[in-house]
Ligand binder design. Structure first.
Ligand code: CO
Ligand code: ZN
Length: 332
């Protein structure tokens, strides 16, 4: 899975500009799909299988977009001020590198500060692309940038920008690749604009009107020094979301996931995430409501340019998702 993950995470596609990642994913899955289409919001929707007597219409979603920056102003000396696309935090930025859609690279600099005990605010930061003047700067107001950071293989652990949520995309791709039979009509949805407020999947869920929905996305961990106060840790298995900041997972979905993990003897963790949410929220609230849940991949340093996951968790997530969609679903 490492080469696939490297390809996915190194692709440039901040929210609203998912063309590049959509093309990469499409090339991977086109031969595996029974039907493939792109909707008006740019979601890539892949159907596999047809509903049989004991099958359901199941929607699986992972978002393709990544957090990024967007230029708001270019000053006379060619320095670019910016605002954020999604949940970027200023302390992750200084000294980092970014790349714009036209592939212009830049570095993030900051104004001189006198109180070095305080973190920078966005207002004190700018992007320097090496231009000498506004005229010399190819970046225009509204141009978007993504973090620039190569994939890093630490052996058991893998680090990249945009692990959120290319890791989920990789899990969907590998599940589709390995899937032999299913009684269900499965929709693998690679969604857009999740990081700016769960937008792309909202339209896709309305259009598909599924019987149940499952997102695959990252979740935080509590296993770093003085980190989050939560149970989830890297390497202890994919997490079954019970609750996050935007949804209460359907308890029937939680039970279904846990039963499947135990039956297949796969490690899993129970997840309560206090802030943040996923595409599952929009699936749950689609139309008159859909039983929904989320399979989470434990990830350290979420929304930084170096997000870390454990390779075993990925493999176990693929196994669990495959088990879930290969057998009839009994929700009770
Ligand atoms: Co995110
Ligand atoms: Zn995400």
């Amino acid at each position: 899975m490492k080469p696939l993950l490297q390809k996915l995470t190194e692709t440039f596609s901040p929210s609203g500009y998912e063309n590049a990642i959509r093309a990469v994913i499409r090339a991977e899955i086109e031969p595996l799909a029974d039907e493939i289409r792109v909707d008006a919001l740019g979601n890539l929707i892949v159907r596999k299988g047809q509903a049989s007597k004991n099958g359901k219409k199941i929607m699986l979603a992972a978002h393709m977009d990544e957090i990024g920056l967007i230029a708001t102003h270019v000053d006379e000396n060619g320095f670019i001020r910016f605002t954020t696309l999604g949940g970027v935090r200023p302390h992750t930025l200084l000294g980092g590198r970014v790349r714009f859609a036209d592939s212009t690279p830049g570095v993030i600099g900051g104004e001189r500060i006198t109180d070095t005990t305080k973190a920078y605010t966005f207002e004190q930061l700018f992007i320097d692309i090496g231009a000498a003047s506004r005229k010399d700067c190819p970046v225009k107001v509204g141009n978007v940038a993504a973090f620039e950071r190569p994939f890093l293989d630490l052996g058991k652990r893998l680090v990249a920008k945009a692990m959120d949520d290319r890791i989920g995309c990789a899990v969907l791709i590998e599940t589709l690749r390995g899937l032999k039979i299913t009684p269900h009509e499965l929709y693998f949805v690679f969604s857009t604009q999740e990081e700016v407020g769960i937008r792309g999947v909202t339209g896709a869920a309305f259009g598909l009107d599924p019987d149940l929905g499952l997102a695959v996305d990252v979740t935080g961990t509590g296993d770093t020094p003085k980190g989050n106060k939560m149970e989830v840790a890297l390497g202890k298995g994919p997490a079954v979301k019970v609750k996050d900041g935007g949804m209460i997972a359907d308890p029937r979905i939680v039970d279904w996931m846990i039963r499947a993990a135990e039956k297949a003897k796969l490690p899993y963790q129970r997840e309560v995430l206090e802030g943040g949410t996923t595409d599952a929220r929009a699936m749950q609230l689609a139309r008159s409501g859909v039983p929904a849940g989320c399979l989470s991949i434990p990830c350290r340093y979420v929304h930084s340019p170096s997000e870390m996951v454990d390779e075993k968790d990925l493999q176990n997530a693929v196994k669990l998702l495959t088990a879930l969609v290969s057998a009839p679903v009994e929700l009770d």
